[in-house]
Design a protein around this ligand. Structure first.
Ligand SMILES: [Zn+2]
Length: 257
């Protein structure tokens, strides 16, 4: 493969959507894309794996984009498959460049050299980090971080009943408020730190950009069968946007009391 450099005609590794937005929510979508930049090849995975939840979070970007319109929020999204580099993992995590994801083997990630790992970090993770960091730094008012994900309804042959997961690390403020209001805003099965939680290493972005900067933060996981069509994506996005807005209002009122 030689020197794995992104060619100039390829997109950047991360994109800022709705850059002129004025709202105080900052949306993040680390698993937005199943694109495999030519610099890294397709890692030897087949078409089924490329379309599957292993390569990306199907529907998550569409939901995040709708939310960014409703909330007037900026949105930072990766444009590279998480099998190339998972932007919600630090470079030292095994899951950053996984050799196996659920039932899929990723041959191109087996026995990666330190140099190959560094190229992925430099060309996928660092640009994503610096775009997100810059967007936080440039914000006039302290942003509230919300990361948008989707999960597969069946994992290792186990069906999942949870429909929306509200995930948090040690700052539970926004998640608590959203969970308290969820029954009013959704008719769905909404759960705390489910189907994943901090112990699974999924709160990397929340910790690095939220906790480190003292920003309120939450991670939202939507079961991907609920956001398979444009209409469903829009409906769920509006519901989640309303839920976040109501939760932020509730928190503001509590502070004033
Ligand atoms: Zn995800």
């Amino acid at each position: 493969m030689g020197n794995a450099k992104m060619t100039q005609d390829e997109q950047p590794a991360a994109i800022l959507h709705n850059p002129s937005a004025q709202g105080n929510v900052l949306l993040v979508c680390e698993h937005a894309s199943n694109r495999f930049p030519s610099a890294f090849g397709d890692l030897g995975v087949d078409a089924e794996a490329k379309q599957s939840h292993a390569a990306w979070d199907p529907g998550a970007l569409a939901v995040a984009k709708h939310m960014s319109e409703v909330l007037d929020a900026k949105l930072v999204a990766s444009t590279v498959s998480r099998l190339v580099y998972d932007c919600n993992r630090p470079p030292e995590a095994a899951g950053a460049m996984p050799a196996k994801s659920e039932k899929f083997n990723i041959p191109g990630n087996a026995d990666l050299s330190d140099e190959a790992r560094k190229q992925r970090v430099d060309q996928v993770y660092r640009p994503f980090l610096s775009l997100l960091y810059g967007t936080i730094t440039d914000a006039v008012n302290e942003p509230v971080l919300a990361t948008i994900h989707s999960f597969t309804p069946v994992y290792n042959d186990q069906p999942r009943a949870v429909e929306i997961g509200i995930l948090h690390d040690s700052d539970t403020r926004l998640a608590d408020a959203m969970l308290a209001l969820a029954p009013q805003f959704t008719g769905l099965n909404v759960q705390r730190n489910d189907p994943y939680g901090p112990e699974d290493g999924v709160t990397h972005t929340l910790k690095l950009h939220g906790l480190e900067n003292g920003l309120m933060n939450v991670m939202i996981e939507v079961r991907n069968d609920l956001i398979a069509t444009p209409e469903d994506q829009k409906n769920i996005a509006e519901m989640l946007a309303d839920l976040i807005s109501a939760a932020l209002e509730k928190l503001e009122n509590e502070v004033e009391k």
